[in-house]
Design a protein around this ligand. Sequence first.
Ligand SMILES: [Fe+2]
Ligand SMILES: [Fe+2]
Length: 181
Amino acid sequence: MKSILVLEQEHENISKIIDLMKNKSIEFINNKDINVEFVELLIFILKEYADKFHHRKEEEILFNKMQEDLGRIGEVMILNGMLVEHEIARGIIFDLNQSINDYKNEKSDENFVEVIGNLMGYKRHLQKHIEKENTVVYPYGKNNLSEERLEEVEEETIKFLEENKELHDDLMLKIEELFNL
Ligand SMILES: [Fe+2]
Ligand SMILES: [Fe+2]
């Protein structure tokens, strides 16, 4: 299914970004200084790509149908599982944003360690989340949704990608930029 392949491809892109977050955190610790420009662009990408482009697509298309059609298991898996985890990810981005602003105002050890903690917290959280989706949630949806529902997932995903092509290309450029900071 193209729609699932697209989601998995996005996971690969996000995984590269979170690996970079770890490497950059090590660099910041060694330098005893945080590259604020990097963290600010990172926050933009996590909000616009990982959250709005990827999580929103999951929520509005595949997860929406799983939650409606797959009974109690679908409900628990999506509502109590994946959607809660998306909210936690949003919370960590909020905290990261707050901590980098504090660091900009005062380069104290405390503000430094808060930024590093949020970077690593997001990395750990998203890594586990992606693993669950790749190995449990997507296969469960693919194997249990009706042909008709899967067809809707395909159509809606293709429509979303066509409508957001410009945004997608722009975000890819921003990600490239992030790797060069
Ligand atoms: Fe997700
Ligand atoms: Fe995902």
